[in-house]
Each structure stands twice: as C-alpha cells, then as structure tokens.
Ligand binder design. Structure first.
Ligand code: XLS
Ligand code: CA
Ligand code: CA
Length: 434
C-alpha cells in the first residue's frame, strides 16, 4: 500500500466534515436522466500525479513520494501499483499517460520500446484486475532535447521519423490497452521566427504525419478516436494548433475532420484569450467535441499553471456546454492538473482530485437546475425571435437574396433593438450555483 493513510473515498454528502469524502460527487445519483458517474467520466493524468516532482524554474523537487525503487524500472513498476491504488481509492475509472511517463527511456529507442512492452504488460494486468480503462495515451515528442525544434514539424527529417516511431508504438499500446482515444498535443509544433521557418512545409508535414498515423491505426485494426489538443503558446511562441477554431481549420484544409475531434483544456483556452466554454462551443458546433482536460489557469499568471479546478462558476459554464452538446461520447474529463508545489504530501494528491471531482459535480448539479428552469433558454428564444417568421425565417431557410433584403430594408424606418440586460443575465447564473 502506498496511500496507506487513506481509505476508499466515498460520497458522504454536503454536511460531511471528512476531507477525504466526496461532498457532491455521488456517482450513482441520477442527474438529467443519467448517472452522475456517466456524465462525468473522470480520468487521472499519469504525468502530473505520478512523475511530477514539484520542481519549478526556481526550486527543486519537493514532492514526498514513497514509490522510489532501486532503479528506474523498479520505480516505474512501483508507480503502477501506487497509481492503480489511487484510482481505486478515488473510484476513478479512467487514466491517461504519455509513453515517457510509464517507462524508462533507456539508452536508445529499442530499449525504450522494450521497456514499454514490460510496463504495458503490467498495466494491462492491473486494468484487467480493476476494470479501470484507458481514456487516452499519447507520445511525448517534446521533452527530450532531440525535439528542440519540434517533432512532426521539425526541420530535421530524422526527428520526424523518430516521432513517427513513437506514435506507431503509441498506437500499438492503444490497441493492447484498448484505448478509447489517442491524443496528439503539438508540444513544440510551432515556431519562434518566420526568418528561419517554412510554415507551409511544416504544416504539410504535420498533416502527412497524421495521415500516416490514421493509415497505421487502420492497418492494425484499432482506430481510436483521434484527438488534437489546441494550445496557443508555450513552449513555442506561435503554436500551430492555437485554439479550437485554428485547429479545426487545419483539419478541414487537410481533410482530416472525419478522424479527429478536439481535446480541449481549460488552461489552454484562457491562455488563448478565450473562455473554456467558448472553446467547447466552437468544437461542439463543428461536431468536434472529443474530450476535455480539466484544470484551471490563473489569470494573474501568463503561463500554463494546470491548477486543479475549484471554480464552480467557471466549471458550470463549461459543463453547461458539454451537456448542451449531448455529452462527451467516448471522451472524458481528464485532470490535467498538478498539485501546487507547497502541497507536497501524498495525501494532497487525494485531496486535489476530490476537490476537482466535487467541483465538477457541483457544476453538473448547477447545470441541472439551469436546464430545468429554462431561464437562459427562454432568453435565447426571445433574443432570436425575429428569425421565427417573416424575413428572418426566409434568411434561416435560405429563401431570400440580397435584392429582396435590399427592398425590404428600404421600407424600414427606425430599427428597434432590445437591450440585452447583460448584467442581469450574468448575475442570474449565481442563483443556480450549487
Ligand atoms: C501540456 C499539455 C499536455 C497534453 C498531453 O500543456 O496539456 O499535457 O495534454 O501531451
Ligand atoms: Ca492537456
Ligand atoms: Ca496544460
């Protein structure tokens, strides 16, 4: 046992004073016709929870962890035990990882691949034993110095090939562990200056890379839902997958929409100058909402802080979008979040996930009230009522033309607009928050 001070975390209700209990997350509770657990398919991220040491640019690792073994492989094995113990104790059904999170990279690619075989055998056993499932895996093609200039957009073809090899293995692993999704986050797919960058070539290479991945996935008869994860900046100045809209236009241009949906992260949305709910809506109206990385940024800090989500109002707006979109399908809610550096005890990993899960549960319960009350729905109906008949209906039905609109406009005198009562509308949200 690694989390020996912790029992299985249970739902105890809002009056509970036990910090190791869910006060809102009640998996079996029916909300809007579905189990809360099905609305909220939570996943734990291997990298933040198992491999992150808590170091920052000014300080060393501080996290107290009890899974260090005699050598790297031994540590990796112990981590798996600890990880599944945590998943079971938190009653979380999914997990996500990068290849480098789970296995030592050894001295060369062959060694890395065979370490991955060893580790995924162990993980598979644990999955079979516990029923816990793989939400997604991905290849880390950004941390090692070889990726200094990118991976699938590197100016160096050998780096491109190396990255492809990692993705090939990632897809084999996805098949072995029956991954539901496979993520591509373009870590260093971007640039610093156009003076040394052939953007057109890099973008085309990136598209070919994805096409090769699709072809390979088909050839092994395992085609998970592919997800692209937008992020506007960091590590590069201009990331190619800036936000949902940019990423979708790339997918459309290269005829990849059929295979890809988006993995949207809250902190990446705010770094792009958007709200999280905006990004979700952009994906949803393009039939591309895949999965989400649940965390929160800090508007006072301009980088990717990956905090655990604790803001109920913001999360409610995000969950409202997910519910309106009809849910996440085979996607899930991955806590791509790390404990703050001063939360260095093992127990903090448990407390942080409870905080995140309870925040999402509160958001879902708030959304239930919003939907049942129909307040915002009615506002929407009223706001667009001019499209229900007359010239508005003709516009919607595609049954008019610019000449007809011209004649119509000539007859108009003063146009009346309604006030949006924005302050009232926004403050109304507070009435629904649980
Ligand atoms: C980094 C990203 C990364 C992806 C997976 O900012 O969020 O963790 O989710 O590679
Ligand atoms: Ca992420
Ligand atoms: Ca992030």
């Amino acid at each position: 046992m690694y989390f020996d001070k912790i029992d299985k975390v249970k739902f105890e209700g809002v009056d509970s004073t036990n910090p190791y209990a869910y006060r809102y997350y009640d998996k079996e509770k029916l909300v809007l016709g579905k189990r809360m657990g099905d609305h909220l398919p939570f996943a734990i991220a291997y990298w933040h929870t198992m491999t992150n040491g808590g170091d920052d640019p000014f300080g060393d690792s501080v996290n107290k962890r009890n899974w260090y073994g005699d050598n790297e492989l031994d540590t990796a094995k112990k981590r798996v035990d600890a990880f599944f113990e945590l998943l079971v104790k938190l009653d979380v059904e999914y997990f996500c990882f990068h290849d480098v999170d789970i296995a030592p990279q050894g001295n060369n690619l062959q060694e890395f691949m065979s370490n991955l075989d060893v580790m995924t055998d162990i993980i598979k056993e644990k999955m079979d034993e516990t029923g816990i499932k793989l939400l997604w895996n991905t290849a880390n093609v950004f941390t090692h110095p070889r990726f200094v200039n990118g991976a699938a957009t590197s100016p160096n073809a050998d780096v491109y090939a190396y990255s492809a090899a990692q993705v090939k293995k990632g897809l084999d692993i996805s098949k072995k562990l029956n991954g539901k999704n496979y993520v591509f986050w373009g870590g260093r797919e971007g640039y610093e200056t156009l003076l040394n960058t052939d953007m057109d070539l890099e973008e085309k290479n990136l598209a070919s890379f994805y096409k090769m991945a699709i072809d390979y996935a088909k050839s092994i008869d395992h085609l998970p839902q592919f997800l692209l994860e937008p992020k506007p900046k960091e590590p590069t100045k201009h990331q190619y997958d800036f936000d949902a809209a940019t990423t979708l236009s790339f997918l459309q241009k290269y005829d990849l929409m059929e295979y890809f949906k988006l993995n949207l992260e809250a902190n990446h949305a705010t770094l792009a100058g958007h709200t999280f709910e905006h990004e979700i809506r952009v994906a949803a109206i393009n039939n591309s909402l895949g999965s989400i990385d649940a965390n929160q940024g800090d508007l006072l800090l301009g980088w990717d802080v990956d905090e655990f989500p604790t803001n109920v109002a913001d999360t409610t707006l995000a969950v409202y979008e997910i519910i309106r979109a009809g849910g996440l399908g085979v996607g899930g809610i991955n806590f791509d979040a790390k404990v703050r550096r001063s939360s260095f005890e093992m127990e903090d990993l448990v407390l942080a996930h409870i905080a995140g899960m309870d925040t999402y549960a509160r958001a879902l319960l708030s959304v239930e009230k919003i939907i049942e009350d129909k307040f915002f729905e009615k506002i929407l109906e009223k706001r667009y009522h001019s499209y229900n008949n007359g010239i508005g209906k003709k516009i919607i039905d595609g049954e008019t033309n610019i000449l007809e609109l011209y004649e119509y406009a000539l007859e108009l005198n003063e146009i009346e607009n309604d006030s949006s009562h924005i302050e009232y509308v926004k403050s109304k949200l507070n009435d629904y928050l649980v």
